[in-house]
Design a protein around this ligand. Structure first.
Ligand SMILES: [Zn+2]
Length: 266
């Protein structure tokens, strides 16, 4: 059966002499492994579309759950990302996160537009990657059902909490001086601004996701807390994230504070 849809390549693997195996997130709400025959041969009509993070109109042929890319024409190649190694690395991390949240063949309906909007903000809007990364991470986590409770201190109820800290496992905020409920619970420091930004990310229309400003120190706190939250909640690391951080040598990350273990009563 042939069908026409749109899709973005989350992963590409070279196979045989000239073929590629693609992991594609489709507009139909599916994640599929798709064979792109001769995509690496000279003059291939599929070459441009069979690249990582390229969004295309696709004609797919399906036979017994095997998918082949018959025809494709690019809609958006995100040249600004492709030409910048650090942005490309960040885009690959976003793609790996999306792959994780598209369990099996089925992707949540919001996932494709969330990814496209992030790549658009990174490429066309030239937004600060230090803002895009935590905003994407936390919106993804919220929409996927991992939203932290940010309204008030989970211990004393104060809103906003004093010198707020985000508890990574519990997904709650509390005042720095309120005791941690869980033995050995790890938390990351926030500030009033970074906590307000996290609330905005959680509640905003996805179209408004990147339309906020934050001071450099607040952005750094939010970025460190967000990344630690993702890793703690998902209980795994990401090679693409490690690579991005290797490239991302800006002072903001070199100065990142270590997470602080809180012992009961401490
Ligand atoms: Zn408190």
């Amino acid at each position: 059966m042939r069908f026409v849809t749109k899709g973005i390549v989350l992963r590409e693997t070279d196979i045989k002499e000239t073929d590629k195996l693609l992991t594609v997130l489709l507009q139909t709400g599916e994640k599929r492994t798709v064979l792109a025959r001769r995509a690496r041969s000279k003059g291939s009509r599929l070459a441009a579309s069979a690249q990582l993070l390229v969004f295309s109109d696709m004609t797919l042929f399906e036979y017994r759950d095997y998918f082949t890319l018959d025809e494709a024409s690019t809609i958006e190649q995100f040249y600004g990302i492709r030409s910048d190694l650090e942005k490309l690395a960040l885009g690959c991390y976003f793609a790996e996160l999306c792959e994780l949240f598209a369990e099996g063949d089925c992707a949540p309906p919001w996932l494709l537009s969330l990814l496209l909007n992030a790549l658009f903000a990174l490429d066309k809007l030239k937004k600060d990657p230090n803002l895009i990364k935590p905003a994407f991470e936390m919106k993804l986590m919220s929409l996927a059902g991992f939203a932290p409770l940010l309204d008030e201190c989970c211990v004393c109820g104060k809103s906003p909490p004093e010198q707020p800290r985000l508890s990574l496992r519990e997904g709650t905020v509390r005042c720095a001086n309120c005791p941690s409920g869980e033995e050995g619970g790890i938390s990351m420091p926030l500030c009033e601004g970074s906590l307000a930004a996290l609330r905005h990310i959680q509640s905003c229309d996805p179209k408004q996701l990147y339309s906020f400003r934050l001071s450099e120190p607040a952005l750094r706190l939010m970025g460190n807390a967000s990344e630690a939250f993702v890793l703690a909640q998902l209980e795994r690391g990401f090679k693409t994230l490690d690579y991005y951080k290797l490239l991302h040598t800006s002072a903001s990350y070199q100065a990142s504070p270590k997470p602080q273990g809180i012992s009961p009563g401490g």
